[in-house]
Design a binder for this molecule. Structure first.
Ligand code: BV8
Ligand code: ZN
Length: 224
């Protein structure tokens, strides 16, 4: 099993949230990735997401994403849980995939709930409108919004039952996602963290490999 965060997409050119070049620094997303911000100023929130969609559209899966897709082919029981909304795991070929925080390519109507995938970059107009006249929002989970129950439940159960959990490219500060890693630790599972930096999970990991996902994952996943 693997749990990934924004760090696995860094080498694809997608900025992380809390790193030096992170999104949080320039766009204060904790003020933007919330339902309140969207209600207050949907156009501003959409400008940020449209900018991210353009950056993601220009990026490709990197060797880290590709290694996890190969691991799934070699081990059908392999499950990939991601906090990322960039869709790069799916693009790399991962299918047994749970997107805890949704996907930036999905749009959902705030009025009728209609949801569809839309990869248009840039979006015209901003904010985009539904056929019913309602405003469309990004199909992601914002701060203060619940992660879909069935996706979270399944991820927690798998973390408690897995042989090994790879925790890749996450600062392990956002919950309930980080709770998936702690569930594996609490149930005595082997946990390997892959991250250039230490995180709050590091002291609890069986092994913490201090390096980049794109360099380490191909070496772990090919040896199978
Ligand atoms: C909820 C989608 C309740 C949108 C995101 C106080 C204490 C504890 C918790 C809280 C609190 N106050 C509020 C909360 C709850 C809050 C939370 O956890 N806040 C944190 C910040 C403290 N959580 C929530 O609000 C969640 N919902 O609790 O709802 C509820 C329940 C029922 C009913 C109603 C309500 C919802 C959380 C989801 C928020 N949405 N994203 C979008 O993307 O725009 S979170 C956002 O952060 C992204 O999804 C991102 O994935 C996630 C976590 O960040 P990371 O992925 O870890 O990325 P980060 O930049 O932080 O770290 C990158 C790491 O990679 C670094 O460690 C770096 O060293 C490493 N790295 C860099 N390069 C590489 C690398 N690693 C490997 N290789 C490399 N090359
Ligand atoms: Zn609608």
């Amino acid at each position: 099993m693997a749990l990934t965060g924004a760090g696995i997409s860094t080498e694809s050119g997608v900025p992380t949230f809390r790193g030096a070049e992170g999104l949080w620094r320039t766009y204060r997303p904790e003020d933007l990735a919330t339902p309140e911000a969207f209600r207050r100023d949907p156009a501003l929130v959409w400008e940020w997401y449209d900018w991210r969609r353009a950056k993601i559209a220009a990026s490709r899966p990197n060797p880290g994403h590709e290694a996890l897709a190969r691991l799934e082919n070699a081990k059908p029981c392999f499950t990939l849980v991601t906090q990322n909304v960039d869709g790069l795991h799916r693009l790399a070929g991962s299918r047994n995939l749970r997107e805890l925080h949704g996907c930036i390519w999905n749009l959902r109507c705030v009025d009728c709930g209609e949801e569809r995938e839309d990869r248009t970059v840039p979006l015209q107009p901003i904010p985009p409108r539904c056929a019913c006249g309602g405003i469309l929002r990004p199909g992601v989970v914002w701060f203060g919004e619940p992660v879909p129950m069935e996706v979270l439940q399944a991820s927690m159960e798998e973390a408690r039952a897995c042989d090994l959990l790879l925790v890749v490219g996450t600062s392990a500060v956002v919950y309930p996602a980080a709770g998936v890693a702690h569930a594996a630790v609490q149930d005595g599972r082997s946990v390997i963290e892959i991250n250039p930096d230490e995180t709050p999970l590091t002291p609890h990991a069986t092994v913490s490999l201090r390096g980049r996902a794109g360099a380490i994952l191909p070496r772990i996943c090919t040896s199978h």
